[in-house]
Design a protein. Structure first.
Length: 45
């Protein structure tokens, strides 16, 4: 089971977009607000 989970994580990482600090710093306040709003509800879902 652990091996399967690790393989799945690796697949997610391979498909994910790489973000740099510069990219995040360029986000507008609306973008940051949206991300923080979604993050607040993550544990509830």
């Amino acid at each position: 089971m652990t091996v399967d989970m690790r393989e799945r994580q690796e697949q997610y990482l391979e498909q994910s977009r790489k973000l740099t600090l510069e990219m995040v710093e360029d986000w507008s306040w609306q973008h940051r607000l949206w991300n923080n709003t979604i993050a607040m509800f993550g544990p509830v879902l």
